[in-house]
Design a protein around this ligand. Sequence first.
Ligand SMILES: *Cc1c(COP(=O)(O)O)cnc(C)c1O
Length: 421
Amino acid sequence: MDLTRAAAEALDDADPLAGFRSRFAGASDDGPDRLLYLDGNSLGRLPVATSAALARVVEEQWGEGLVGSWASWIGEATRIGDVLADGVLGARPGEVLVGDSTSVNLYKLLMAGVDARPGRDVLVCTADDFPTDRYIVGGVADSRGMTVREIAADIDEGLDPAVLAEALDERVAVVVLSHVAYRSGALADVVAITRLVQASGALVLWDLSHSVGAVPVELGAAGADLAVGCTYKYLNGGPGAPAFLYVRRELQDQLRSPIRGWFGHRDQFAMGPSYDPAAGIERFGVGTPPVLAMAAVEVGAALIAEAGVARLAVKGRAVTDLMVALADEWLAPSGVALASPRQAGRRGSHVTFAHPAAWQLTQALIDRRVVPDFRTPERVRLGPAPLYTRFVDVWDAMDRFRTVLDERAFEGYPAERARVT
Ligand SMILES: *Cc1c(COP(=O)(O)O)cnc(C)c1O
Protein backbone atom coordinates (compact mmCIF):
# COMPACT_ATOMS: atom_id res chain seq x y z
CA MET A 1 0.00 0.00 0.00
CA ASP A 2 1.21 3.49 -0.87
CA LEU A 3 1.38 5.27 2.48
CA THR A 4 2.03 8.80 1.24
CA ARG A 5 -0.39 11.61 1.99
CA ALA A 6 -0.79 12.10 -1.76
CA ALA A 7 -2.06 8.53 -2.05
CA ALA A 8 -4.64 9.24 0.67
CA GLU A 9 -5.75 12.32 -1.25
CA ALA A 10 -6.12 10.24 -4.38
CA LEU A 11 -8.37 7.82 -2.50
CA ASP A 12 -10.52 10.77 -1.40
CA ASP A 13 -10.75 12.01 -4.99
CA ALA A 14 -12.11 8.62 -6.04
CA ASP A 15 -14.49 8.26 -3.06
CA PRO A 16 -18.14 8.05 -4.21
CA LEU A 17 -19.25 9.12 -0.71
CA ALA A 18 -17.11 12.27 -0.66
CA GLY A 19 -20.12 14.54 -1.15
CA PHE A 20 -21.66 13.48 2.16
CA ARG A 21 -19.03 15.31 4.17
CA SER A 22 -20.68 18.66 3.54
CA ARG A 23 -23.94 17.30 4.92
CA PHE A 24 -22.44 17.33 8.44
CA ALA A 25 -21.84 20.37 10.62
CA GLY A 26 -18.15 21.13 11.04
CA ALA A 27 -16.95 18.27 8.86
CA SER A 28 -15.79 20.35 5.91
CA ASP A 29 -12.92 22.12 7.62
CA ASP A 30 -9.76 21.50 5.58
CA GLY A 31 -7.27 23.44 7.73
CA PRO A 32 -4.09 21.84 9.04
CA ASP A 33 -5.24 22.20 12.67
CA ARG A 34 -8.78 20.94 12.07
CA LEU A 35 -10.50 18.58 14.46
CA LEU A 36 -9.98 14.96 13.41
CA TYR A 37 -13.07 13.31 14.79
CA LEU A 38 -12.58 9.57 15.07
CA ASP A 39 -15.38 8.90 17.49
CA GLY A 40 -18.38 8.62 15.20
CA ASN A 41 -18.96 5.18 16.69
CA SER A 42 -19.57 6.76 20.10
CA LEU A 43 -21.47 9.89 19.11
CA GLY A 44 -22.00 10.55 15.42
CA ARG A 45 -21.67 14.04 13.98
CA LEU A 46 -24.56 16.47 13.63
CA PRO A 47 -26.21 16.33 10.19
CA VAL A 48 -26.76 19.83 8.80
CA ALA A 49 -30.44 19.03 8.16
CA THR A 50 -31.11 18.06 11.78
CA SER A 51 -31.38 21.56 13.21
CA ALA A 52 -34.09 22.55 10.74
CA ALA A 53 -35.93 19.25 11.22
CA LEU A 54 -35.95 19.79 14.98
CA ALA A 55 -37.00 23.42 14.58
CA ARG A 56 -39.92 22.28 12.42
CA VAL A 57 -41.15 19.88 15.07
CA VAL A 58 -40.64 22.46 17.82
CA GLU A 59 -42.10 25.52 16.11
CA GLU A 60 -44.75 24.10 13.82
CA GLN A 61 -45.84 20.83 15.34
CA TRP A 62 -45.45 21.71 19.00
CA GLY A 63 -45.64 25.52 18.90
CA GLU A 64 -48.59 25.78 16.56
CA GLY A 65 -50.14 22.32 16.36
CA LEU A 66 -49.99 21.67 20.09
CA VAL A 67 -51.78 18.54 21.24
CA GLY A 68 -53.40 18.10 17.82
CA SER A 69 -49.99 17.08 16.49
CA TRP A 70 -50.35 13.78 18.28
CA ALA A 71 -52.40 12.66 15.29
CA SER A 72 -49.11 12.34 13.40
CA TRP A 73 -46.72 11.81 16.32
CA ILE A 74 -48.57 8.64 17.32
CA GLY A 75 -47.28 6.88 14.21
CA GLU A 76 -43.67 8.10 14.31
CA ALA A 77 -42.17 5.13 16.15
CA THR A 78 -43.28 2.69 13.46
CA ARG A 79 -42.87 5.08 10.53
CA ILE A 80 -39.24 5.83 11.39
CA GLY A 81 -38.82 2.16 12.28
CA ASP A 82 -39.77 1.36 8.70
CA VAL A 83 -37.19 3.86 7.39
CA LEU A 84 -34.56 1.94 9.36
CA ALA A 85 -35.95 -1.46 8.37
CA ASP A 86 -35.88 -0.71 4.68
CA GLY A 87 -32.84 1.52 4.34
CA VAL A 88 -30.46 0.18 6.95
CA LEU A 89 -31.43 -3.13 8.54
CA GLY A 90 -32.58 -5.35 5.67
CA ALA A 91 -35.86 -5.93 7.47
CA ARG A 92 -39.53 -5.75 6.37
CA PRO A 93 -42.01 -2.99 7.17
CA GLY A 94 -43.57 -3.50 10.58
CA GLU A 95 -40.54 -5.24 12.06
CA VAL A 96 -38.76 -2.26 13.66
CA LEU A 97 -39.89 0.13 16.37
CA VAL A 98 -38.04 3.27 17.49
CA GLY A 99 -38.07 4.27 21.14
CA ASP A 100 -36.55 3.76 24.60
CA SER A 101 -32.83 3.15 25.07
CA THR A 102 -30.86 0.20 23.79
CA SER A 103 -30.61 -1.06 27.36
CA VAL A 104 -34.38 -0.96 27.90
CA ASN A 105 -35.09 -2.54 24.53
CA LEU A 106 -32.63 -5.30 25.30
CA TYR A 107 -34.43 -5.95 28.58
CA LYS A 108 -37.84 -6.03 26.90
CA LEU A 109 -36.84 -8.43 24.15
CA LEU A 110 -34.80 -10.63 26.45
CA MET A 111 -37.68 -11.04 28.91
CA ALA A 112 -40.08 -11.65 26.03
CA GLY A 113 -37.72 -14.24 24.58
CA VAL A 114 -37.32 -16.04 27.90
CA ASP A 115 -41.10 -16.26 28.29
CA ALA A 116 -41.37 -17.67 24.78
CA ARG A 117 -39.02 -20.55 25.68
CA PRO A 118 -40.62 -22.04 28.79
CA GLY A 119 -38.70 -24.78 30.55
CA ARG A 120 -35.34 -23.45 29.39
CA ASP A 121 -33.31 -21.92 32.21
CA VAL A 122 -30.02 -20.74 30.70
CA LEU A 123 -29.01 -17.46 29.02
CA VAL A 124 -25.84 -17.20 26.96
CA CYS A 125 -23.72 -14.10 26.37
CA THR A 126 -20.03 -13.44 25.94
CA ALA A 127 -17.83 -12.47 28.86
CA ASP A 128 -16.55 -9.57 26.81
CA ASP A 129 -19.79 -7.98 25.68
CA PHE A 130 -20.69 -4.34 26.30
CA PRO A 131 -21.36 -3.90 30.02
CA THR A 132 -25.04 -2.94 29.81
CA ASP A 133 -25.73 -6.10 27.82
CA ARG A 134 -24.05 -8.32 30.40
CA TYR A 135 -25.68 -6.53 33.31
CA ILE A 136 -29.14 -6.89 31.80
CA VAL A 137 -28.59 -10.57 31.00
CA GLY A 138 -27.49 -11.08 34.62
CA GLY A 139 -30.47 -9.18 35.98
CA VAL A 140 -32.99 -11.10 33.91
CA ALA A 141 -31.38 -14.37 34.95
CA ASP A 142 -31.56 -13.38 38.64
CA SER A 143 -35.18 -12.33 38.41
CA ARG A 144 -36.17 -15.55 36.67
CA GLY A 145 -33.98 -17.99 38.61
CA MET A 146 -31.96 -18.72 35.50
CA THR A 147 -28.25 -19.33 34.96
CA VAL A 148 -25.93 -17.29 32.72
CA ARG A 149 -23.35 -19.08 30.62
CA GLU A 150 -20.78 -16.39 29.88
CA ILE A 151 -18.68 -17.76 27.08
CA ALA A 152 -15.15 -16.67 26.30
CA ALA A 153 -14.56 -14.33 23.40
CA ASP A 154 -11.11 -13.09 22.55
CA ILE A 155 -11.10 -9.37 23.40
CA ASP A 156 -9.23 -8.55 20.21
CA GLU A 157 -10.38 -11.21 17.75
CA GLY A 158 -14.00 -11.70 18.82
CA LEU A 159 -16.19 -14.76 19.25
CA ASP A 160 -15.29 -18.13 17.80
CA PRO A 161 -18.58 -19.78 16.71
CA ALA A 162 -17.18 -23.17 17.79
CA VAL A 163 -17.04 -21.88 21.38
CA LEU A 164 -20.66 -20.78 21.12
CA ALA A 165 -21.67 -24.16 19.68
CA GLU A 166 -20.22 -25.85 22.78
CA ALA A 167 -22.45 -23.73 25.01
CA LEU A 168 -25.71 -24.53 23.24
CA ASP A 169 -28.07 -27.22 24.44
CA GLU A 170 -31.76 -27.77 25.21
CA ARG A 171 -31.51 -25.64 28.37
CA VAL A 172 -30.61 -22.41 26.54
CA ALA A 173 -33.51 -19.99 26.06
CA VAL A 174 -31.87 -16.89 24.54
CA VAL A 175 -28.38 -16.02 23.29
CA VAL A 176 -27.40 -12.32 23.41
CA LEU A 177 -24.53 -11.26 21.14
CA SER A 178 -23.08 -8.11 19.60
CA HIS A 179 -22.76 -7.97 15.84
CA VAL A 180 -19.62 -5.80 16.09
CA ALA A 181 -17.65 -6.02 19.35
CA TYR A 182 -17.58 -2.58 20.97
CA ARG A 183 -13.95 -2.74 21.98
CA SER A 184 -12.12 -4.48 19.12
CA GLY A 185 -14.56 -4.06 16.26
CA ALA A 186 -14.56 -7.83 15.64
CA LEU A 187 -17.47 -8.76 13.39
CA ALA A 188 -19.70 -11.75 14.16
CA ASP A 189 -21.16 -13.89 11.37
CA VAL A 190 -24.87 -13.17 11.85
CA VAL A 191 -26.06 -15.71 9.29
CA ALA A 192 -24.02 -18.65 10.58
CA ILE A 193 -24.55 -17.89 14.25
CA THR A 194 -28.28 -17.30 13.87
CA ARG A 195 -28.59 -20.69 12.19
CA LEU A 196 -26.52 -22.34 14.90
CA VAL A 197 -28.58 -20.88 17.73
CA GLN A 198 -31.91 -21.57 16.08
CA ALA A 199 -30.90 -25.21 15.47
CA SER A 200 -30.60 -25.58 19.25
CA GLY A 201 -34.13 -24.27 19.72
CA ALA A 202 -33.02 -21.03 21.36
CA LEU A 203 -33.65 -17.47 20.21
CA VAL A 204 -30.83 -15.10 19.29
CA LEU A 205 -30.92 -11.43 20.26
CA TRP A 206 -28.43 -9.29 18.33
CA ASP A 207 -27.09 -5.99 19.61
CA LEU A 208 -26.37 -3.94 16.49
CA SER A 209 -25.15 -0.79 18.25
CA HIS A 210 -21.67 -0.83 16.75
CA SER A 211 -22.61 -2.14 13.32
CA VAL A 212 -25.77 -0.34 12.25
CA GLY A 213 -24.96 2.34 9.70
CA ALA A 214 -21.43 1.06 9.11
CA VAL A 215 -21.65 -2.55 7.94
CA PRO A 216 -24.48 -4.40 6.20
CA VAL A 217 -27.05 -5.82 8.58
CA GLU A 218 -29.32 -8.16 6.67
CA LEU A 219 -31.73 -9.20 9.38
CA GLY A 220 -34.28 -10.63 6.96
CA ALA A 221 -31.80 -12.64 4.91
CA ALA A 222 -30.21 -13.97 8.10
CA GLY A 223 -33.60 -15.00 9.50
CA ALA A 224 -32.66 -13.14 12.69
CA ASP A 225 -35.13 -13.41 15.57
CA LEU A 226 -34.57 -10.32 17.68
CA ALA A 227 -32.30 -7.26 17.60
CA VAL A 228 -31.72 -3.90 19.26
CA GLY A 229 -29.36 -1.04 18.54
CA CYS A 230 -28.34 2.57 19.07
CA THR A 231 -29.13 5.47 16.79
CA TYR A 232 -26.61 7.98 18.17
CA LYS A 233 -23.49 6.19 16.89
CA TYR A 234 -23.10 5.63 13.12
CA LEU A 235 -26.73 6.65 12.58
CA ASN A 236 -25.99 10.20 13.76
CA GLY A 237 -29.26 10.61 15.68
CA GLY A 238 -27.73 12.78 18.41
CA PRO A 239 -27.00 12.43 22.13
CA GLY A 240 -29.56 10.28 23.89
CA ALA A 241 -31.42 9.53 20.66
CA PRO A 242 -33.96 6.75 21.10
CA ALA A 243 -32.87 3.26 20.13
CA PHE A 244 -34.67 0.70 17.98
CA LEU A 245 -35.84 -2.85 18.38
CA TYR A 246 -36.52 -5.50 15.75
CA VAL A 247 -38.70 -8.58 16.07
CA ARG A 248 -39.09 -10.96 13.14
CA ARG A 249 -42.68 -10.73 11.94
CA GLU A 250 -43.43 -14.43 12.46
CA LEU A 251 -42.45 -14.15 16.14
CA GLN A 252 -44.23 -10.95 17.06
CA ASP A 253 -47.52 -12.41 18.20
CA GLN A 254 -45.78 -15.09 20.28
CA LEU A 255 -43.83 -12.53 22.28
CA ARG A 256 -45.04 -10.24 25.03
CA SER A 257 -43.31 -7.19 26.38
CA PRO A 258 -42.56 -7.43 30.11
CA ILE A 259 -43.51 -3.76 30.43
CA ARG A 260 -47.23 -3.42 29.86
CA GLY A 261 -47.34 0.22 28.86
CA TRP A 262 -50.28 1.90 27.24
CA PHE A 263 -48.28 2.56 24.06
CA GLY A 264 -48.20 -1.20 23.54
CA HIS A 265 -51.96 -1.57 23.88
CA ARG A 266 -54.23 -2.70 21.06
CA ASP A 267 -56.65 0.18 21.67
CA GLN A 268 -54.67 2.74 23.63
CA PHE A 269 -57.31 5.45 23.86
CA ALA A 270 -60.10 3.13 24.90
CA MET A 271 -58.38 3.53 28.29
CA GLY A 272 -59.71 0.06 29.06
CA PRO A 273 -59.53 -1.87 32.30
CA SER A 274 -56.77 -4.25 31.33
CA TYR A 275 -53.77 -4.72 29.11
CA ASP A 276 -54.32 -6.23 25.68
CA PRO A 277 -51.17 -6.17 23.54
CA ALA A 278 -51.33 -4.62 20.09
CA ALA A 279 -50.87 -6.88 17.10
CA GLY A 280 -47.42 -6.63 15.58
CA ILE A 281 -44.37 -4.57 16.50
CA GLU A 282 -46.34 -1.86 18.33
CA ARG A 283 -46.85 -4.20 21.29
CA PHE A 284 -43.25 -3.49 22.24
CA GLY A 285 -43.98 0.18 22.81
CA VAL A 286 -44.11 1.36 26.42
CA GLY A 287 -44.79 5.04 27.12
CA THR A 288 -44.86 8.38 25.35
CA PRO A 289 -41.98 8.41 22.86
CA PRO A 290 -39.39 11.23 22.68
CA VAL A 291 -40.92 13.01 19.69
CA LEU A 292 -38.25 15.69 19.35
CA ALA A 293 -35.41 13.21 19.46
CA MET A 294 -37.10 10.94 16.95
CA ALA A 295 -37.05 13.71 14.35
CA ALA A 296 -33.25 13.69 14.57
CA VAL A 297 -33.16 9.91 14.23
CA GLU A 298 -35.09 10.14 10.99
CA VAL A 299 -32.60 12.59 9.46
CA GLY A 300 -29.67 10.37 10.44
CA ALA A 301 -31.28 7.16 9.23
CA ALA A 302 -32.30 8.73 5.92
CA LEU A 303 -28.73 9.91 5.31
CA ILE A 304 -27.34 6.43 5.87
CA ALA A 305 -29.99 4.95 3.60
CA GLU A 306 -29.16 7.50 0.92
CA ALA A 307 -25.43 6.70 1.09
CA GLY A 308 -26.17 2.98 1.07
CA VAL A 309 -24.83 0.56 3.64
CA ALA A 310 -22.95 -1.47 1.03
CA ARG A 311 -20.95 1.58 -0.06
CA LEU A 312 -20.35 2.59 3.55
CA ALA A 313 -18.97 -0.85 4.31
CA VAL A 314 -16.54 -0.70 1.36
CA LYS A 315 -15.30 2.71 2.49
CA GLY A 316 -15.16 1.57 6.13
CA ARG A 317 -12.90 -1.33 5.23
CA ALA A 318 -10.66 0.92 3.14
CA VAL A 319 -10.21 3.67 5.76
CA THR A 320 -9.56 1.16 8.53
CA ASP A 321 -7.11 -0.71 6.27
CA LEU A 322 -5.20 2.54 5.78
CA MET A 323 -5.24 3.13 9.52
CA VAL A 324 -3.85 -0.34 10.24
CA ALA A 325 -1.15 0.01 7.58
CA LEU A 326 -0.03 3.39 8.95
CA ALA A 327 -0.03 2.03 12.49
CA ASP A 328 2.16 -0.88 11.43
CA GLU A 329 4.58 1.55 9.87
CA TRP A 330 4.57 4.42 12.36
CA LEU A 331 3.19 3.27 15.73
CA ALA A 332 4.20 -0.37 16.11
CA PRO A 333 7.89 0.53 16.62
CA SER A 334 6.80 2.57 19.68
CA GLY A 335 4.98 -0.36 21.24
CA VAL A 336 1.46 0.20 19.89
CA ALA A 337 -0.15 -3.15 19.04
CA LEU A 338 -3.19 -3.79 16.87
CA ALA A 339 -6.07 -4.99 19.10
CA SER A 340 -8.58 -5.62 16.31
CA PRO A 341 -8.86 -8.30 13.62
CA ARG A 342 -6.25 -7.60 10.96
CA GLN A 343 -8.46 -8.73 8.09
CA ALA A 344 -10.86 -5.94 7.07
CA GLY A 345 -13.68 -8.39 6.35
CA ARG A 346 -13.61 -9.51 9.97
CA ARG A 347 -14.15 -6.13 11.58
CA GLY A 348 -16.61 -3.26 11.64
CA SER A 349 -15.63 0.34 11.04
CA HIS A 350 -13.43 0.96 14.05
CA VAL A 351 -9.92 -0.12 14.97
CA THR A 352 -8.38 -0.44 18.42
CA PHE A 353 -4.78 -0.26 19.50
CA ALA A 354 -3.20 -1.43 22.74
CA HIS A 355 -0.46 0.46 24.59
CA PRO A 356 0.36 0.52 28.33
CA ALA A 357 -0.16 4.32 28.42
CA ALA A 358 -3.39 4.25 26.39
CA TRP A 359 -5.24 6.70 28.66
CA GLN A 360 -2.41 9.21 28.57
CA LEU A 361 -2.14 8.80 24.80
CA THR A 362 -5.87 9.48 24.51
CA GLN A 363 -5.55 12.75 26.41
CA ALA A 364 -2.51 13.82 24.39
CA LEU A 365 -4.38 13.09 21.15
CA ILE A 366 -7.43 15.07 22.25
CA ASP A 367 -5.16 18.04 23.01
CA ARG A 368 -3.85 17.73 19.46
CA ARG A 369 -7.39 17.75 18.09
CA VAL A 370 -7.66 14.04 17.39
CA VAL A 371 -10.70 12.52 19.10
CA PRO A 372 -10.48 8.80 19.91
CA ASP A 373 -11.93 6.83 22.85
CA PHE A 374 -10.02 5.21 25.65
CA ARG A 375 -11.29 1.72 26.44
CA THR A 376 -10.18 -0.68 29.13
CA PRO A 377 -7.77 -2.40 29.27
CA GLU A 378 -5.13 -0.06 27.88
CA ARG A 379 -6.76 0.59 24.54
CA VAL A 380 -7.19 3.54 22.19
CA ARG A 381 -10.21 3.08 19.93
CA LEU A 382 -10.46 4.95 16.63
CA GLY A 383 -13.74 5.02 14.71
CA PRO A 384 -13.41 6.71 11.31
CA ALA A 385 -17.13 6.86 10.42
CA PRO A 386 -17.15 6.17 6.66
CA LEU A 387 -19.86 8.71 5.85
CA TYR A 388 -17.80 11.79 6.72
CA THR A 389 -14.22 10.74 7.43
CA ARG A 390 -11.71 11.17 4.63
CA PHE A 391 -8.61 9.12 3.97
CA VAL A 392 -6.49 12.24 4.59
CA ASP A 393 -8.23 12.69 7.94
CA VAL A 394 -7.04 9.22 8.90
CA TRP A 395 -3.57 9.97 7.54
CA ASP A 396 -3.29 13.22 9.49
CA ALA A 397 -4.65 11.64 12.67
CA MET A 398 -2.10 8.86 12.52
CA ASP A 399 0.60 11.43 11.80
CA ARG A 400 -0.34 13.34 14.98
CA PHE A 401 -0.46 10.00 16.86
CA ARG A 402 3.07 9.21 15.70
CA THR A 403 4.29 12.63 16.83
CA VAL A 404 2.78 12.15 20.31
CA LEU A 405 4.68 8.87 20.58
CA ASP A 406 7.95 10.06 19.07
CA GLU A 407 8.06 13.13 21.30
CA ARG A 408 6.79 11.12 24.28
CA ALA A 409 4.29 13.96 24.75
CA PHE A 410 1.82 11.59 26.41
CA GLU A 411 4.02 11.19 29.48
CA GLY A 412 2.99 14.64 30.73
CA TYR A 413 -0.64 13.59 31.17
CA PRO A 414 -2.20 12.14 34.33
CA ALA A 415 -2.48 8.36 34.43
CA GLU A 416 -5.65 8.54 36.50
CA ARG A 417 -8.81 8.18 34.44
CA ALA A 418 -11.60 10.77 34.19
CA ARG A 419 -15.24 9.92 34.90
CA VAL A 420 -16.15 9.73 31.20
CA THR A 421 -13.70 8.12 28.81
C1 LIG B 1 -23.48 1.95 22.82
C2 LIG B 1 -23.99 0.60 23.21
C3 LIG B 1 -25.07 0.45 24.08
C4 LIG B 1 -25.68 1.67 24.71
O1 LIG B 1 -26.87 1.44 25.35
P1 LIG B 1 -27.72 2.66 25.91
O2 LIG B 1 -28.88 2.04 26.54
O3 LIG B 1 -28.03 3.54 24.73
O4 LIG B 1 -26.87 3.43 26.85
C5 LIG B 1 -25.52 -0.82 24.35
N1 LIG B 1 -24.92 -1.91 23.81
C6 LIG B 1 -23.87 -1.80 22.97
C7 LIG B 1 -23.25 -3.02 22.39
C8 LIG B 1 -23.36 -0.54 22.67
O5 LIG B 1 -22.31 -0.43 21.85
